[in-house]
Design a protein around this ligand. Structure first.
Ligand SMILES: [Zn+2]
Length: 284
């Protein structure tokens, strides 16, 4: 049999899976992400060999942090400092002799959600709240791209926030009022001095309020049909957290219809499944 390979190349861990042509995962493997580029690439090649288990590889897809050039497949993930201007597409295609596509993890995750949940939405927004915060916007299943192919950074919008320690808000981009700085894992740690899982009810209320304001802005601008959220913070807060954020969004939206908002059911596999979808369907 022949397989497609999906790679989720994260800052702390790598996940690689082989899937049949229908996208069903046959084998999967994971490992900690090595700090050096050489060891990282070596590790990916080893994981691909293991997942493919000697079967013909029809194509590969990968999710990685931005920024990157998706057409040329050159990556410089912000949180992996050893990876700068790495021609990943060229390296993988010459090593494995099959097509290789790579895109920003949140775009890839959006495609994972779209294909694996069989969404019919014309305008679909996927948001991830994990270490950082970002999103991918699909128009009829195609990734919306900005000027020069740039990836829009929805986490770096400003919002009217509520925060018990406003002096601690600091975004990694250098600004002090970004949504990411208020609702991401790193942002939460900076503000509340603990991880999301240890937040008390009042602190979760603030995070939900701030997320709701972000959802309100995104909905006012894009009027999406469906918004799905994934990532550790969203999963940790669960349905009550999403519902509360949704209420804040609805309370502040007067002219644009309220989209269907929900938690991703794909857990921590959204980007990996998206990578398989990219391997099968390619990118455009
Ligand atoms: Zn920012």
């Amino acid at each position: 049999m022949s397989v497609y390979i999906g790679l989720d190349i994260g800052g702390t861990k790598f996940m690689v899976a082989a899937a049949d042509p229908a996208g069903n995962i046959l084998r999967r493997t994971r490992s900690a992400a090595p700090a050096s580029l050489d060891k990282g690439l070596e590790s990916l090649h080893r994981m691909i060999t293991e997942a493919a288990a000697g079967e013909t590889i029809l194509g590969m897809g990968a999710a990685i942090g931005g920024p990157l050039d998706w057409e040329r497949g050159i990556v410089s993930p912000l949180h992996q400092t050893a990876w700068r201007n790495v021609p990943l597409k060229e390296m993988m295609e010459s090593r494995w002799g099959c097509s290789f596509f790579v895109d920003v993890d949140t775009n890839v995750a959006a495609l994972g959600e779209y294909h694996y949940e069989r969404l019919q939405a014309h305008r679909f927004l996927y948001l991830t709240l994990s270490t950082g915060m970002g999103g991918g916007f699909l128009l009829d299943g195609k990734i919306y791209r900005g000027k020069d192919g740039m990836h829009p950074e929805v986490g770096h919008q400003s919002i009217p926030f509520r925060c018990s320690r406003p002096e601690a808000i600091r975004c990694e981009c250098g600004v002090t009022d970004c949504l990411e700085a208020l609702v991401s894992g790193n942002g939460i740690r900076r503000i509340y001095g603990k991880s999301a899982e240890d937040l008390n009810a009042e602190e979760w209320n603030e995070v939900a309020y701030n997320l709701g304001q972000g959802l309100r802005n995104l909905t006012a601008l894009y009027a999406p049909d469906i918004i799905r959220l994934g990532g550790g913070v969203a999963i940790g807060g669960g349905e009550p957290f999403i519902k509360q954020a949704c209420r804040v969004m609805s309370d502040h939206l007067k002219l644009v219809p309220v989209p269907e908002v929900g938690l991703s059911k794909l857990g921590y596999d959204t980007a990996l499944l998206g990578a398989i979808a990219v391997a099968i369907h390619g990118l455009e």
